[in-house]
Design a binder for this molecule. Sequence first.
Ligand code: DC
Length: 230
Amino acid sequence: MCADTLSSPVPVITIDGPSGSGKGTVSQRLAAELGWHFLDSGALYRLLACAARRDGVDLDDASALADLAGRIDADFGFSENGEERVLLDGVEITRTLRCEDTGNAASRIAALPAVRTALLAWQRRYRRPPGLIADGRDMGTVVFPDATLKIFLDARPEERALRRFNQLNEKGNNATLDEILAEVRARDERDRTRATAPLVPAEDALVIDSSDLDIDTTVALILGQIHLKS
Ligand code: DC
């Protein structure tokens, strides 16, 4: 192994942005394309929210939540038909993990500094060779400030609500578009204005508005940036 390899950190590309910006799908596509690891940091906040509900821990009790974060066992994987399968302490919770209620609970606990600190080391452990695509809100600003490339993927709230609406409809949920738009705006407000690690682009992030871009175009755009850096 050459000295350069020994001294250079494992490369990370951060994809931050609000929910519905397409960052989840784009990040997974990039990870598959490059053969890199993938961190869905929102899933860790969601998982902790689920564990808190299960154990009757108050969503405002920062120290109990931080303590719980150190005890839970998560298993992120895929079922035989390729669908996401998440286990919390050995029990499957995939549907609950992805529902709107859990997203809102995750957003609430994510505003607590002690919770963010408790999840920091866990997130950084995903940084393994040959590289990591990290999807979240503060990947480029807090968790991986030395990332090779930082992307902030945004889109108009109306467009993000519509994407979420279509996604939920496919899964058989029946919330109205207006309800989802209201939730998108409320979650944005909380994520963008919280005191600790708010949802803002890192100073050195490339901001991409995906409102009028499809997934293929967005992925191609980011791959182009990666090749420029290498
Ligand atoms: O990406 P998501 O919808 O699964 O995230 C759920 C919530 O978790 C989101 O509203 C805010 C919070 N979150 C965060 O604060 N920081 C992250 N890096 C990821 C998610």
